[in-house]
Design a protein around this ligand. Sequence first.
Ligand SMILES: [Zn+2]
Length: 491
Amino acid sequence: MKTQLAIWAGKTAGTLSRIIGNGGNTIPGFVARKLDDGFLRHLRKNANTILYITGTNGKTTTANLIAHLQESSGKTVVANHEGSNMVTGISAAMVRNAPLIGWMKNDVAVLEVDEASLPKAVSECPPDYLIVTNFFRDQLDRYGEVDLLIKKMKDCLKAIDVKLILNADDPFTHRFSDLQKENLYIGVDSNACHFQSYTMGESKYCPNCQEELSYSVLHFGQLGHYLCSCGFERPNVTVNAEKVYQDEKGIQLIVNGEHYQTTLKGMYNAYNVLFAISACHALGMDLKEIKKGLTTYQKTDGRMQEFVFGKEIWKLNLVKNPTGGNVTLSEFLQSNEKKQLMFCLNDHLADGEDISWIWDIDMELANSEEVETFIATGKRAYDAALRLKYAGIPEEKIRILPSLKQAVLFAKGMDIPAYIMATYTCLSPMVSILSEAASLIRKEGPNSGVASIPFLPRYAKPVWGQRKHHLLKEALRMERDHRSNRGNQES
Ligand SMILES: [Zn+2]
């Protein structure tokens, strides 16, 4: 009865929240958990098989891909599509999925789980399968916190019976193997492809003995083929990408001798595809169906999402840490068409309030002729602009437009595509602005009133908050110079 009440209350709260225009992705979960503590334990009533996906990068894409593949093969799926990956978000997905009375039993639950929320999720409802994608330094963990996090994650798995799907190329992820569970490894072969390289050094030390690992192949970050003198080495791979390449449709892979065409752009997505193939195979899906499903997957989540504006194809990708920034940038810079680069930077809790990680992105790589204009936007537009300036990009190529909509309008006026990197809380407003603009242009042609896009969240002025940025003065000077330059041009 308590559970039934929690579901009703959660559903009602979710509906009300939508009516008042609050979005409220996690509100049903929040309310349900208030009434029924440990609500997630009912997940078993909600799904026959439970699959969690965790790790720093690639969670959302992997989860969405698996959910799509399962659905395309006729399975019923409960999923937290919106990337609400804490226990309230997962509970919300369950509330939405539940009928008014009782539970709807789905074939499978495909749930993205935040790394820090994993222990709670596992204690309330242990999964049958767990995918661990990778670990990169996030905004907040610069001082060994990855190690602590991994320890907590491993501890919560000790007592349960779970099959692990791990990334063999990531020494951090490989550490889960000492849990002695049934492990399945995915990996990218040494000659499979060439990932664009960048200079940032991820932690490349042996988790056993702290010696520096030696690499025969380094794909990117700390991902590659590693070996330590103590014997710690990249494990044998079950699901092996022998070849990865990309054309205008998306990346293609040869995995264990089979060819897979996908709709995903970005070579680093190879890892997410490998996880999806392994998981669906483990869930009993047949090879033909997996292959077919990969060609029908549509991205709508701002992960390497494309927006068509007449002849221009704009690209948008989420960036939340240096590794993500670097792979995005190298992906963006692979085409040599003339382009604009937009950097949308917010510093809300979900983005990480400490934005110093942007200094670890190799923005220097973007300092090329192909990139004609750089647009810094978002709440911390000035910090984004400064990072660009210190990458050696001439100030006259940088525009600072804190309002996301203004930034899009400015970019639209340039007649070359914009490639956009956006932090977490910029992503969804950006998807809305771009989708709306793209549909206006489709309906009304290239000269439509894109300027009349109804306004979405507005960041009129950058908020510097209480933090003192030692570069603040310089940012303000850049802005002043900009204005006076503009004044000169206009007069
Ligand atoms: Zn070692």
